[in-house]
Write a protein that binds this ligand. Structure first.
Ligand code: NAD
Length: 369
């Protein structure tokens, strides 16, 4: 059995609390011979700043390059609000994304039947929802130059952001989306604004070319981003994979997230290129939520997004589909059994804390084994 090199970066706030539950799941998989891991651990964010004055140390970066995949908890908190901008906790996460060139952000929005009533939409619209948003993460208007605010002679100011995409950036994200669609329901919606933006025109053209040359077995549809936003709240279950740029992806993935009920439920992945020698794709997995300082240290955090991030690592980095299925089935089983952390609690259910949710997931894994 292959041993997977996994780097754990628990981070700040509730990060270490939810990571503790992931460690129990990793132990379970190891003990039962389902999957084998070589675990390293290090600091990131405010915790790293307190220890070495940087939001991630060079040693931790070296471990990140050596790992098959990275699991990160969360970074940030009021304690570090006044540190220099360059060494703020978030800079640790941004450095990881930048240095590892993680250009594809995967945000699944899955609505478990047991939680369908927690959505802002009607149950029948979201029950069984399973959408994957693939967002371009390293290009577009957040990074394009010039990016300035200029004083004008008449007392006015002018702000400029620049949206830039080169065809290679669109091509590689399109490939990721089509490959993922093949492992799901084989359908991709590509979304941009080709009616008013040149980058949208190029986006549409390159995605069509990649489709025509290598992925004709996958159904492809182009939708304007505004229309895609409407469709996401009108009839979200029509979507399988949505591929889009950095800006539209930022917005659409948060819209999709809210369809599922709680931030504490949502895992994510950021993938980079495939290394030539090892054939390994660089990857970082993390919950969508932040450090949740309002509940940190209280044992209240929902660890499902963090445990779900491990399931994504098993699926997308390690090819351990059975182990991933087992974890996802255990989470669904726990929810169907009525176990809830405070963020997803409703009347008549069994309320538990972080460790209680971990216990319930392990019990469900035991039951199914
Ligand atoms: P947040 O996601 O930390 O919290 C938003 C709300 O959701 C809070 O009420 C919180 O209690 C709740 N929540 C989040 N995760 C939960 C969980 N697992 N279980 C139960 N409830 C949960 O977002 P925020 O409050 O905007 O940010 C707090 C800090 O986290 C800030 O310092 C911010 O910069 C940082 N942050 C980090 C990341 C990251 O590490 N990727 C992402 C977002 C925010």
């Amino acid at each position: 059995m292959a041993t997977h090199k996994l780097l754990l970066l628990p981070g700040d706030g509730i990060g270490p609390e939810v990571m503790a539950e992931v460690k129990r799941v990793i132990d379970w998989l190891d003990r039962r011979g389902v999957a084998s891991f070589a675990i390293e651990e290090d600091l990131v964010g405010g915790a790293a700043y307190d220890s070495c004055g940087l939001p991630i140390s060079e040693e931790a970066m070296a471990k990140a390059f050596a790992a098959d995949a990275i699991l990160l908890g969360a970074v940030g908190g009021a304690k570090w609000a006044h540190v220099n901008y360059e060494v703020r906790p978030e800079a640790g996460l941004l450095r990881l994304r930048k240095d590892l060139q993680l250009f594809a952000n995967l945000r699944p929005a899955v609505c478990y039947p047991a939680l369908a009533d927690a959505s802002s939409l009607k149950r029948e619209l979201v029950e069984g929802l399973d959408v994957l948003i693939v967002r371009e993460l390293t290009g577009g208007v957040y990074f394009g130059e010039p990016k300035t605010i200029t004083d004008l002679s008449d007392g006015q100011k002018r702000a400029i952001d620049t949206q830039i995409y080169e065809s290679y950036e669109i091509e590689r994200i399109a490939r990721v989306a089509f490959e993922l669609a093949r492992t799901r329901r084989n359908k991709v919606v590509s979304t941009e604004k080709h009616n008013v933006m040149k980058t949208g025109l190029l986006w549409k053209q390159v995605v069509s070319e990649v489709h025509g040359s290598s992925f004709e077995d996958v159904a492809l549809e182009h939708q304007l981003a505004d229309s895609c936003g409407m469709q996401l709240v009108r009839a979200p279950k029509q979507f399988d994979v949505i591929v889009t740029d950095n800006l539209f992806g930022d917005i659409l993935s948060d819209v999709a997230a809210m369809l599922t009920g709680s931030l504490g439920m949502l895992p994510s992945a950021s993938l980079g290129g495939v290394e030539e020698v090892s054939g390994r794709r660089r990857a970082l997995y993390e919950p969508v939520h932040g450090a949740a300082p309002d509940i940190a240290g209280k044992g209240l955090a929902n660890p499902i997004a963090m445990v779900g991030s491990l399931a994504m690592a098993l699926r997308y980095s390690f090819g351990e589909l059975e182990a991933a299925d087992r974890i996802e089935a255990a989470i669904a089983g726990v929810l169907a059994g009525g176990v809830r952390t405070a963020d997803i609690y409703s009347e008549g259910k069994t309320r538990v804390g972080t460790a209680g949710m971990g216990d319930a997931i392990l019990a469900e894994l035991d039951k199914a084994a």
